[in-house]
Ligand binder design. Structure first.
Ligand SMILES: NC(=O)c1ccc[n+]([C@@H]2O[C@H](COP(=O)([O-])OP(=O)(O)OC[C@H]3O[C@@H](n4cnc5c(N)ncnc54)[C@H](OP(=O)(O)O)[C@@H]3O)[C@@H](O)[C@H]2O)c1
Length: 282
């Protein structure tokens, strides 16, 4: 049986759906499980029941300080050993993301897995196209970007989910493998061209000031997001490799339209026409 953690999340939900479509025996695990799922809260190790699980898809549980994230993953890996799980597939971060603040918790987890004695596969996911589009903002119909001319080889969440499902189904073919999962690179200028709008570029200082004045962000998030912007604008995340295509058995879907759709969805409704008018010189 294959158990997917974090099944309430956007990536894991898609992995579960693809596994079900493929006819695999799947159990979703989540802090808030749907019917037929198991309750798994990594912050409560006693809830991590992996009985009868042969392959575990450990979807990273980020959105916290490194020590918390690493402890969450350590608890799951320990439970996997205890319950005799045969293989663990871990959704990590692309190697080119080593400059990013949250790389540390991923690399620490990879090390725990390698040292665990378990059989494993590491899927180093590129930054989602959805994330890149979602980090752009709007001001009077103009796209606001901290990325300058940097390009990002961002795959779609959907393709990453398909790849994870394919690996989980044939885990024995992927033992000890580390895959760097990237998509076709694109820039903010490409997104703006796709949407037919202009771009207002922010310096890193301007971007950080905006992040620090945002009431919605947790304390660790402004440095994390400023780090993403710095890595993109210095072209550390633009490299595109073959691994995703190999796992999918087809060309990856382009991230650009997905990033553009995500960015456009954040455009305030009353500004949509304004943006289009500006782009046409109106
Ligand atoms: N590559 C990228 O661009 C990128 C971007 C954002 C995040 N990520 C990482 O990739 C993961 C999956 O992305 P996503 O888009 O699916 O994120 P998402 O939709 O925001 O989902 C968050 C995930 O974290 C899990 N989680 C949080 N706290 C947990 C806990 N205490 N115990 C168990 N699970 C916990 C949630 O599981 P339940 O709610 O089901 O319990 C859910 O799967 C994220 O958690 C994050 O580590 C990657």
């Amino acid at each position: 049986m294959i158990l997917i953690t974090g099944a309430g999340g956007q990536l894991a939900r898609r992995i579960v759906a693809h596994l079900r479509t493929a006819g695999a025996q799947v159990v979703p695990g989540s802090r808030n499980p749907a019917e037929g799922g198991r309750r798994l809260d990594f912050d409560l190790p006693e809830t991590i029941d992996l009985t009868d699980v042969s392959t575990l898809v450990l979807v990273s549980a980020g959105y916290a300080e490194d020590d918390i994230v690493t402890q969450r993953h350590a608890s799951v890996i320990e439970a996997a050993r205890r319950h005799g799980v045969k293989h663990v597939v871990y959704t990590s971060l692309v190697g080119a993301g080593d400059h990013l603040a949250f790389a540390l918790a991923h690399r620490a987890t990879e090390r725990l897995l390698r040292d665990s004695g378990l059989s494993w596969t590491i899927l180093r996911n590129g930054l989602y196209a959805e994330l890149i589009g979602g980090l752009l903002a709007w001001e009077q119909g103009v796209l606001v970007s901290p990325f300058n001319n940097g390009r990002v080889a961002a795959p779609t969440r959907e393709d990453l989910a398909v790849a994870a499902a394919r690996v989980a189904i044939r885990a024995e073919d992927h033992v000890g493998r580390v895959y760097e999962l990237t998509g076709v690179p694109f820039s903010t200028a490409d997104i703006a061209a796709e949407l037919g709008v202009e771009v207002l570029g922010l310096s890193l200082g301007e971007y950080r000031d905006r992040l620090l004045s945002s009431p919605d962000l947790l304390p660790f998030q402004p440095p994390m997001l400023a780090g993403i912007a710095s890595s993109v604008r210095h072209d550390f995340l633009g490299q595109h490799g073959p691994d995703l295509e190999v796992l999918l058995g087809r060309t990856p879907a382009p991230g650009l339209p997905v990033a553009a759709r995500t960015a456009r969805a954040a455009l305030p409704a009353n500004r949509a026409q304004d943006g289009a008018a500006r782009s046409l010189g109106g």
